[in-house]
Design a protein around this ligand. Sequence first.
Ligand SMILES: [Zn+2]
Length: 122
Amino acid sequence: MKISNPEKIFKEFLDKQLINYTYQVKDLPYKADFYYKDYNLIINIHGCFWHNHGCVHSRIPEKNTNYWLSVFEKNKARDYENTKKLKALGYKIINIWECVLNDEKAKAQTFKNLERIINGAI
Ligand SMILES: [Zn+2]
C-alpha cells in the first residue's frame, strides 16, 4: 500500500492522538483516506494539483491545458458528489490540503483544530 508524503505527515499526527482510525477505508461510497469510527469522521488529504486547490502548487500545465482543465473539473465534481453522499449518510468530513501539511504554521493550526474536534471539545 503506497502512502503519499502528506498522508505520512498526517498519519504521524493521528498516531500521536492515540485514536483508533482506519487508513484507506473501502466500504464507503468511495475510498476515504482516514476514518475515525468513534466520531464517524472522515478525513481526506487532498493533493493540491489533482484536486486543483487554486494555490501555488496547483498550477495548470501549459501543455494540453484543455485536457488538464477537464481532468480537474471531473475531480472537483467527484469530490463534491462524494462529500454530498457521505454527509447524507451522516458522516462528518474534513478535507485537508497538501499545502497546509507542508507549511509548518498552517499545519500546526490545522492539527490544533483537529485535536479539539477529536477530543470532542467542539
Ligand atoms: Zn494547496
